[in-house]
Design a protein around this ligand. Sequence first.
Ligand SMILES: C[S@@+](CC[C@H](N)C(=O)[O-])C[C@H]1O[C@@H](n2cnc3c(N)ncnc32)[C@H](O)[C@@H]1O
Length: 225
Amino acid sequence: MVIQVVTLFPEMFDGPVTSSILKRAQDHGLADIRRVPLRWFGVGPHRTTDDYPFGGGVGMLLRADVVVPAVEWALAHHAAPATVVVTSAQGQRFDQAMAQELSRAEHLVIVAGHYEGIDERATDLLGAREVSVGDVVLTGGEIPAMVMIDAIVRLLPGALGAEEGAVQESFSGEGGLEGPQFTRPKTFRSRPVPEVLLSGDHARIARWKVEESKARTRQRRPDLL
Ligand SMILES: C[S@@+](CC[C@H](N)C(=O)[O-])C[C@H]1O[C@@H](n2cnc3c(N)ncnc32)[C@H](O)[C@@H]1O
């Protein structure tokens, strides 16, 4: 899968895309995560990428005549048809189902907005899908893009080791929350690990996990049931 992120701040991705599972997925050729610096497409001698909003209002907007050519360049640099996503606090809410859907794309272009957002015409002309990572306003779309990339890439077949399987995680399978988990030591500050987990009885452990998962989902996220 090829993921291209169109961004004013490509350096913000240095840590996330060069560490942990995202690094491993790229090393194994499962994902190719590329950054497309918006500045390359800036206009005028100063490569300007933003301007004042018509009609007044605070802050600056990314210009359509910068964003659209940047995405067109990204589209032209990979043969497979692409899904284009624009990060926006006003977009459709990103969730595990959307991560699963997007993980099936061969080519994904994510546009990270900045300042007060992007000229509306860019999103329209690109036929882009607006995606939000939650009802909160962030400074830019870079962190939402990282959230999406992380969630999508870990779902690519082979990205997780057998010991990290995504099948039983929260929001997967039955769609509920995963139950509580424990590791060594067996007792910590007078709190023992539930006895069933030390029993070696795999069928009983599996039943316990299902019950705990249901109870936790009922208690914390009844909307998922
Ligand atoms: C400061 S925000 C702009 C907010 C915009 N003026 C509004 O009121 O909806 C700047 C950029 O950050 C990104 N952004 C902020 N919050 C986001 C969220 N919850 N999900 C996805 N992207 C977000 C978007 O790309 C947005 O264009």
